[in-house]
Design a protein around this ligand. Structure first.
Ligand SMILES: Nc1nc2c(ncn2[C@@H]2O[C@H](COP(=O)(O)OP(=O)(O)OP(=O)(O)O)[C@@H](O)[C@H]2O)c(=O)[nH]1
Length: 540
């Protein structure tokens, strides 16, 4: 017989669904997020998320950069309820230069929603993020957005996803017409057409007219041509398409596809309801003591993201923890696996956009924000009971490299502190030359903006004016064969060797050609675009 607390944890986990949205900028992520929250009753008028975002831009300090450039750099976690479900939406930054942040957020997600602009199909940023989801084996749900505008043929989009991503597809709903002639979507679950009523904003929950297939009224609503096109598409889907297989969906091999228009709030509720039914509940995670199910009675979790200065007045830092098992309670005391210390988790926060509400309890699948006075680093495990550590969060190949220099020797300490803290926070990766005379850290980034943020923050938070000296490389590969394999390989052309923050060898290449050469000539180096993660690895 499970005890009362075990039952409570089981029930809480059953209700939880957690996901992140992956998309290319401008596909409509903010708009979709807003509409999902609207259904969750978390906000009553769409527009609120954007308004908050704008407000945040106006009040934050180093995020001044966001304001100047009109982009969203930071991400937050949104929690809302819908019917019986407790939903955690892990928001990710829109700008591609901050995709490293998104990679880490995906480490905390159980499901991913791939948002696609109907006119554009798969775009580079979506493909990249998809690869990260694939690595984690996340179930992927696809929402094809902007159907109210002219777009590509739906069957062609399905084909693109199958061919390019190697995913099977199952259309859960199917669009009838598009652009000016967008009439609605057919729900294959309900065998009914949801008619689209053109409204300019869709700031309220949409009222939808629904007609069952076979109802003679259909012909009143649909032009003949569209009706026949729809019937033909449906025949193709039913006869040639795969059946929905939830096991394959959960294994990340098949993606359920939805069509709609986030802006006009159409198809969003249909999506949400099917998503909640098909999505994975929080799953067991691999740890140093084996796979632990979220219903395991002792509390545990890991830090997947750190964020500084969410409130510039307090210069505080927040560690985002994904709760993995057991029950989190305010003020509880936990063990910190990396340092072996005991930490009291006071002042936990649940983050709804920029508002912080204090939380009392959380369960597997939830995300909590903890005040972080320098205790936590990315990948850290906290736990109660038997000692355990979750697998670390991998670093992904950076694409831009630059020495960062401090021309003022009297600022040496501040410079070191700033670099260390920004690295711990995950604002940027740091590497070092293997040449002992070149002590300057090498910043390794996914995008140029990350360099700018580091320089900006080094000056505004640590008072150090820095200069950059770019390096002409665009790819990094970790040498899994280690230093010994490198030594045996002797001199290697078209690359330089650096070491990462943990002293592990990394090769930098100018281009794909150089990389391919080395891969062919030296297979024993075992090059990998993703840093090997050790459980509980200590920085050098
Ligand atoms: N016509 C149409 N426009 C849409 C739809 N959804 C979003 N948009 C518009 O597309 C633009 C981008 O939408 P956002 O929601 O800001 O996109 P985003 O993906 O969050 O953008 P980033 O912040 O750059 O990542 C805005 O002008 C939206 O109004 C839709 O369903 N139909």
């Amino acid at each position: 017989m499970p005890s009362e607390i075990e039952r409570e944890i089981q029930e809480a986990v059953q209700k939880r669904r957690n996901f992140a949205i992956i998309s290319h900028p401008d596909a409509g992520k903010t708009t979709l997020t807003e509409k999902l929250l609207l259904y969750g009753g978390a906000i009553h008028q769409a527009g609120a998320v954007k308004a908050r975002r704008d407000q945040r831009k106006a009040t934050s300090d180093w995020m001044e950069m966001e304001k100047q450039r009109g982009i969203s750099i930071t991400s937050t976690v949104l929690q809302f309820e819908y019917r019986d479900f407790q939903i955690n939406l892990l928001d990710t930054p829109g700008h591609q230069d901050f995709s490293e942040d998104t990679y880490r957020t995906l480490a905390a997600a159980d499901n991913a929603v791939m948002l696609i602009d109907a006119a554009k199909g798969l775009e580079p940023q979506t493909r990249k993020l998809f690869e990260v989801c694939r690595l984690r084996g996340l179930p992927i749900f696809t929402f094809v957005n902007k159907m109210d505008r002219p777009g590509r043929e739906p069957l062609e989009l399905l084909d693109e996803i199958e061919q390019e991503l190697g995913l099977k597809t199952y259309a859960v709903n199917w669009p009838i017409g598009m652009g000016d002639r967008f009439k609605g979507v057919y729900s294959r679950r309900q065998k009914a057409i949801h008619l689209f009523e053109r409204r300019s904003h869709g700031s309220q929950q949409a009222q939808e007219d629904i007609i069952k297939l076979g109802d003679p009224k259909i012909e009143e609503y649909l032009e003949e041509e569209l009706y026949y096109q729809f019937k033909e598409d449906l025949e193709i889907l039913e006869e040639l398409g795969d059946d929905l297989d939830l096991e394959e969906v959960h294994a990340g091999k098949m993606t359920p596809i939805f069509f709609g228009s986030a802006m006009t709030n159409f198809g969003v509720q249909l999506f949400l309801e099917a998503f909640l039914e098909y999505a994975l509940r929080p799953e067991g995670r691999n740890s140093s003591v084996g796979v632990l199910d979220p219903t395991h009675p002792e509390f545990s979790g890991f830090v997947f993201k750190l964020q500084a200065n969410m409130d510039p007045k307090h210069r505080d830092r927040v560690a985002f923890v994904r709760v993995c098992t057991g029950k989190f309670e305010k003020d509880m005391t936990v063990s910190h696996a990396r340092t072996g210390k005991t930490v009291r988790l006071s002042r936990p926060q649940k983050l709804f956009a920029q508002d912080r509400a204090s939380i009392e309890e959380a369960y597997g699948g939830d995300v909590i924000g903890l005040n972080n006075p320098g205790v936590f680093a990315i990948g850290d495990t906290i736990y109660n009971g038997q000692k355990l550590e979750y697998e670390g969060i991998p670093c992904f190949s950076p694409e831009m490299f630059s020495y960062i220099k401090n021309p003022n020797p009297s600022k040496f300490k501040q410079f070191q502190k700033g670099i260390k803290e920004l690295r711990e926070e995950g604002a940027i990766q740091i590497m070092y030359s293997t040449d002992d005379f070149k002590r300057d850290p090498i910043l390794a980034a996914v995008g140029q903006l990350q360099f700018e943020v580091v320089q900006f923050r080094m000056l505004s938070e640590y008072g150090v004016e820095t200069s950059l000296e770019p390096l002409p490389y665009s790819l990094a590969r970790w040498v899994k064969g280690g230093w010994s394999a490198l030594e045996k390989a002797g001199r290697i052309f078209n690359t330089i060797t650096v070491k990462d923050n943990w002293g592990r060898p990394v090769l930098l290449f100018k281009n794909e050609w150089g990389l391919q050469q080395v891969k062919v000539d030296h297979p024993e180096l075992n090059l990998d675009a993703i840093a090997p993660v050790g459980v509980g690895m200590e920085p050098e």
